[in-house]
Design a protein around this ligand. Structure first.
Ligand code: HEM
Length: 538
């Protein structure tokens, strides 16, 4: 008995129709379709062979679906150890390339910046919530380049120097508030106000005096919604066809549509306020002021600018605060290092005045503590994903197609034993060995990202961290809280929370004014001067 595979019946269909013109056409079309399908199959098989090495597609899909207690940066680090520094895998239907070493990240994201400077498509937060107007997640293109020119102009080294005045008076006010704070649980609120006020001055030229300022509350809500909608797992990101549903049936996007009206109102209101001040000639230096004075040069309309200048407010607060918190955790765990910083400051600055920016170059160990913290506990362990905008070949025929998501594994770079022997140890000395010519030198600040997308706020961030750390340690000893039996509670260096941007889990400590001099009187005098200066920015 013949075993029917079904092919026979297909052949009979052809035979039945043979002879007629329609049948000829049908046959030709079928053969053509089979050939096209076959060539596509060959092409994809050929491409699949030449993609960067990585787990088979099914395995990587399963990996993505399995719940795991291993954080993604560690899981991806393990993949890079197995498959190499350039590894490919699939997340749903999206091809992702993980760059596991600084060398690999530099090769692609810096040296081939013309290809790898876009961002992956992000429907909920990019297209719906932000109307494609938020630079941080904007795809590469003319609008992004115009926005980035504005950021470079407003946040480059020279412009950042202008904000040192703000960082100086805000840090004096911070010291005063910390000194007068009786409840250590409220320390973090004072640091938060400092960080918000600095970036608000940078963006808009005016201070934030209180955390219950309506703008702060609105921005907090905006950030929360943004973070919530950025989480992986939203169906529409893998099935954009869902956007074809009528808007009221797009259940997944209702929050984004609601919040985007509030975001627009917030951005436009602040923008209009600055506009009035610029017209009245009372505006202090800020990115907004610069944008208004040279609007034609930047090629951005009013709404693009209103969103564009909000970037520091969105990107500069959580990042600065999380880094400051990690510095505190490090110093509580390594009190000898805290004393070494204090010795350096006392030696260079003395005890009759506060440290200032003019001391920065003379305080290498203090600066090294900041850089080592950022290496030891990078707050964005997987950076911000880049995306490619055209096909690329590397390494004799390996192939990365256009539209690939590129993930720099900053955590893996920070823990690279070759670059940073005993990487778990907190050792600021690593950053004292200067070797700027070597891209793999520990001096490289890869924790700020790469290439054309590198964090434009890094100078402002480093200045804020320097002035706060140096003045804090000039004024206080940072000491652990005690439990009921009087034992010190040292924060766990591995108690970390967050998924996209990390921070230490809540921890407690106490700030004790240093006893060798009358710190209170000096801080009070500095505070009064600072308040005077600050009135110009109110
Ligand atoms: C310690 C603090 C900070 C850290 C660790 C940090 C880190 C980063 C990283 C890793 C990126 C992604 C770069 C890439 O795509 O390769 C980034 C982007 C960005 N950062 Fe920061 N940042 C910090 C503070 C700030 C501050 C204070 C500001 C503003 C004043 C700022 C503004 C931005 C902006 C606007 C972008 C988007 C750049 C673009 O897409 O072209 N950041 N930052």
């Amino acid at each position: 008995m013949a075993f029917d595979t079904g092919l026979g019946s297909m052949a009979s269909i052809f035979q039945f129709r043979a002879g007629s013109t329609t049948a000829m056409l049908f046959q030709t079309f079928t053969i053509f379709a089979v050939l096209v399908g076959f060539s596509r199959f060959l092409e994809s098989a050929f491409r699949a062979r030449k993609l960067p090495p990585g787990p088979p597609r099914l395995a990587s899909l399963l990996m993505g679906m399995m719940p795991s207690s291993t954080p993604p940066w560690k899981a991806l680090g393990a993949l890079s150890r197995r498959y190499g520094p350039v590894t490919s895998l699939y997340r749903g239907s999206k091809l992702v390339v993980v760059l596991g070493t600084l060398k690999a990240a530099t090769e692609f994201l810096e040296k081939k910046g013309g290809i790898y400077s876009s961002r992956p498509r992000n429907i909920l937060v990019g297209e719906i919530l932000s109307r494609n107007l938020r630079g941080v997640i904007m795809p590469y293109g003319k609008r992004w380049r115009n926005w980035r020119t504005l950021m470079q102009a407003g946040l480059g080294i020279e412009s950042s120097n202008k904000y040192k005045t703000v960082q100086s008076f805000e840090s004096s006010i911070l010291l005063h508030d910390l000194l007068n704070e009786e409840n250590p649980k409220r320390y973090s609120a004072h640091f938060r106000r400092f960080a918000i006020s600095v970036v608000f001055c940078v963006g808009y030229g005016r201070r934030i005096k209180y955390l219950d300022d309506p703008l702060v509350v609105k921005n907090q809500n905006a950030t929360e919604c943004f973070t919530r909608l950025s989480a992986p797992g939203y169906l529409v990101e893998s099935w954009p066809i869902l956007l074809k549903l009528p808007r009221r049936l797009q259940w997944f996007a209702q929050d984004a549509y609601k919040q985007r009206e509030l975001d627009k109102e917030m951005c436009v209101d602040i923008w209009n306020e600055v506009k009035k001040n610029v017209e009245a000639g009372t505006a202090m230096p800020s990115i907004s002021k610069r944008a208004l004075e040279k609007q034609d040069e930047f090629g951005l309309d009013d709404l693009e600018l209103a969103y564009g200048v909000s970037a520091p407010f969105g990107a500069g607060v959580v990042t600065t605060l999380a880094t400051l918190d990690f510095i505190l955790v490090a110093l509580l765990n390594y009190p000898d290092i805290m004393r070494k910083v204090q010795a350096e400051i006392d030696n260079i600055v003395g005890r009759s005045r506060l440290p200032d920016f003019c001391d920065m170059d003379s305080l290498p160990y203090t600066k090294a503590v900041i850089l080592e913290t950022m290496r030891w506990r990078p707050i964005t362990p997987l950076g911000l994903a880049h995306a490619s905008i055209s096909d690329d070949e590397y390494d004799k025929g390996r192939y990365i197609p256009s539209g690939t998501t590129m993930i720099p594994n900053i955590y893996a770079m920070s823990n690279d034993e070759e670059m940073f022997p005993s990487p778990e140890q907190f050792k600021p000395e690593r950053y004292l060995e200067v070797d700027k010519a070597n891209p793999n030198s520990p001096n490289s600040t890869f924790f700020f990202g790469f290439g054309r997308r590198i964090c434009p706020g890094r100078h402002v961030a480093l200045n804020s961290l320097f002035i706060v750390l140096s003045r804090l340690l000039w004024t206080f000893d940072i000491v652990p809280s005690k439990d009921r039996q009087g034992n010190p509670i040292i924060p766990d260096v591995n108690a970390i929370e967050g998924s996209f941007a990390l921070a230490p889990k809540p921890f407690s400590y106490s700030l004790q004014p240093r006893k060798d001099i009358d710190v209170k009187t000096i801080i009070q005098t500095e505070y009064e001067k600072a308040e005077d200066e600050a009135t110009r920015w109110t």
